[in-house]
Design a protein around this ligand. Structure first.
Ligand SMILES: Nc1nc2c(ncn2[C@@H]2O[C@H](COP(=O)(O)OP(=O)(O)O)[C@@H](O)[C@H]2O)c(=O)[nH]1
Ligand SMILES: [Mg+2]
Ligand SMILES: [Zn+2]
Length: 282
């Protein structure tokens, strides 16, 4: 028996990397129904996947298991990614206890002042940030060095440069890859995630078609714990929603300017959105 990592699922087959071998395998018996995900760690026997290790984490959109970092890709221009959308991507990572790294792409299209202003709330919240441009190559080496072993998931709205970043890091041209795949499989578009290998045990997941800009499926009272800068303030009320409570440390920090007012305003909007959701588990 040997071990491997699923790079891609194709219907009832999976492309698996196992040591120096890259080959397709079929899941055995009940595994077929349960479904495999890109990123799954599997046991192999002959042509079959015979077991899947328990998942460390599991993202829904893109569907990837066992990620070690989430690259939250944004751009100031073309498209102008709203800070609210970047917040949502970060919340998805926090909800999965996945370390996020903000990658601001297209730095060639904005002035240093605009970039600094856009990133200020995130730097203040101690999120790691790398500024890159796949056009000029700025920051690409720094990004490569920041990638840990294991799986990095690319997240961010369409057009921010996920596939371009992937191409810079792996040499793989996803657009060309996708066209070849279409020729092979007919016209249906796929929403499966694929892991691309970036050397030294690093893999990068890209998904054509969509990215998750929804709030995570959590209860409203968990939202404050997904804001590291609010947690750091140590509000003394447990279960405080930091909204109208008297003597709340978060409200005080917003008033004296220690906490970014925009992040806080959007937090209140997200809180209201979660509170308005039907509780499916009751
Ligand atoms: N000016 C500029 N354009 C870029 C940069 N990165 C990507 N693009 C362009 O932005 C468009 C969308 O890029 P793509 O990688 O397909 O984005 P994706 O939808 O997130 O995968 C393409 O036309 C790229 O050539 C960059 O750093 N600077
Ligand atoms: Mg793309
Ligand atoms: Zn509070």
């Amino acid at each position: 028996m040997s071990r491997g990592v699923v790079l891609r699922v194709y219907g009832d087959r999976a492309l698996v990397r196992s040591g120096d071998t890259l080959a397709e395998y079929r899941p055995k018996g009940t595994l077929r129904k349960e479904g495999l995900l890109a990123g799954d760690a599997v046991s192999l026997e002959g042509e079959h996947i015979v077991a899947v290790q328990p998942r460390g984490n599991q993202l829904g959109r893109p569907p990837v298991a066992n990620a070690s970092i989430l690259l939250a890709i944004a751009s100031v221009r073309d498209p102008a990614v709203s800070q609210g959308d970047l917040d949502r991507v970060l919340l998805q990572a926090e909800a999965q206890r996945l370390e996020p790294l903000i990658v601001l792409n297209k730095c060639d299209l904005a002035s240093p002042e605009e970039i600094e202003q856009y990133l200020r709330p995130y730097a203040a919240a101690h999120y790691p940030v790398i500024r890159v441009s796949t056009q000029t190559g700025e920051g690409i080496d720094a990004l490569r060095q920041a990638l840990p072993q294991g799986i990095a998931v690319l997240s961010g709205q369409s057009g921010v440069g996920k596939s371009s970043i992937l191409r810079r890091l792996t040499g793989v041209d996803v657009e060309i890859g996708r066209m070849t795949e279409k020729l092979r499989r007919g016209r249906h578009t796929t929403r499966a995630a694929t892991l691309y290998e970036a050397g030294e045990g690093r893999m990068i997941a890209d998904t054509p078609g969509f990215s998750d800009l929804e709030l995570p499926e959590i209860e409203a009272n968990r939202l404050p714990s997904l804001y590291p800068e609010m947690e750091d303030l140590g509000c003394r009320f447990t279960d405080c929603r930091h909204r109208a409570e008297p003597d709340c440390a978060v409200i005080r920090a917003v008033e004296d300017g220690t906490l970014d007012a925009g992040r806080y305003r959007r937090y209140l909007e997200f809180l209201a959105e979660l509170e308005g959701r039907p509780k499916r588990w009751h």
